[in-house]
Design a protein around this ligand. Structure first.
Ligand SMILES: C[S@@+](CC[C@H](N)C(=O)[O-])C[C@H]1O[C@@H](n2cnc3c(N)ncnc32)[C@H](O)[C@@H]1O
Length: 314
């Protein structure tokens, strides 16, 4: 099997995708103890290094490097400050790239990075990866176009080592109108799950910010984006639809029961397999479960990108 190293690995969404595409993840890394616990419960053979990536002094050999450095600086939910230290973690990825010299790499990040005020940071990333000797391509993909029951637009940066003389072409969308498959709906993804999974969903009140926009989609729709903060998690379709009263003022159309998606439902809407395990460990609070799920890259989307890599492995 072709060996891969993963950085900023979280609970392993991206890595579940590359494993499904046939790679062997020999090393992974993240700061979050619960991300490590979930990862190892599902991929026990990976060497998961817990701690700041900056403290990793050496890396094993690998042909593929993947990494989804954090995105707070660019995301809708985060503080948008291009100068924040968290926005420089791609330099750690570049350090690993120079040390490992894999044949290819894949990076994923929020699509906001392509917005005008951050473009210089995106351009800098592309320049740094090119100067490390890679032919680099970037594009924004929507997970719903690749069979995931969720609208989630993310930027992917893919590099192929220059000496291999190969070019990466992003995979064409497979799901949607006039495509090979219909889009996967919320019903397809979670229709068989319990309607009222006590203890597995965030049950606090719907505060004013939550009600400032429409959080509802029906069973036959694709889900809104799954986020890491449970307070902002979209509504389960058993909830009443929302209606607009005024600018930033949405209300439930009737008084029936309403709830957010549970973390397990969120994981299915991210495209995690049914048998994906969330262990009960000390660090596994409800908020933390939502966080590692919402931070993840949808495995089927990462798999589609990994499968599109040219055959450079022999
Ligand atoms: C977008 S998430 C990655 C999600 C992961 N690829 C997945 O698919 O599940 C970014 C991750 O980077 C981790 N992180 C942030 N700063 C870090 C650092 N200095 N060293 C290692 N990991 C870090 C965060 O804890 C978070 O889990």
């Amino acid at each position: 099997m072709v060996k891969a190293i993963s950085l900023f690995s979280g609970c392993g969404g991206s890595d579940a995708g590359i494993v499904a595409a046939g790679f062997d993840v020999v090393m992974a890394n993240d700061l979050l103890p619960y991300a490590r616990d979930v990862y190892l419960a599902n991929h026990p053979s990976t060497d998961y290094v817990l701690g700041d990536v900056a403290n990793i002094k050496s890396f094993p050999a690998a042909e593929l490097l993947v990494g989804c450095y954090p995105c707070q600086g660019f995301s809708q939910g985060g503080v948008r400050d291009p100068s924040r230290k968290i926005n420089k973690l791609y330099l750690e990825f570049a350090r690993a790239l120079r040390a490992i010299r894999p044949k290819a790499f894949i990076v994923e990040n929020v699509s906001g990075m392509a917005r005008a005020n951050y473009h210089h940071l995106l351009d800098h990333q592309l320049r740094v990866f090119r100067s490390a000797g890679y032919r680099v391509t970037a594009d924004i993909l929507n997970s719903a176009d690749y069979g995931v029951a969720q609208e989630r637009r993310r930027i992917f940066i893919v590099g192929i080592r220059g000496d291999l003389n190969e070019k990466f072409v992003f995979p064409a969308p497979t799901h949607g109108d006039e495509r090979h498959h219909a889009r996967t709906t919320i019903q397809d993804a979670i229709g068989n799950m319990p309607e009222w999974p006590e203890g597995e969903f965030y049950a606090r009140e719907f505060h004013w910010y939550y009600l400032s926009r429409d959080r509802y989609k029906s069973w036959n729709d694709v889900s809104r984006t799954i986020v890491a903060n449970p307070r902002h998690m979209p509504l389960h379709p058993m909830s009443p639809p929302m209606v607009k009263y005024a600018h930033n003022d949405w209300r439930f159309s009737h008084d029936g029961p309403a709830r957010r998606f549970s973390y397990r439902e969120a994981a299915r809407l991210q495209g995690f397999r049914k048998d994906f395990v969330f262990p009960d460990t000390e660090s596994g609070s409800l908020d933390m479960r939502y966080k590692v799920v919402g931070n993840a890259v949808p495995p089927p989307l990462f798999e589609a990108v990994a499968r599109a890599l040219p055959a450079v492995w022999d």
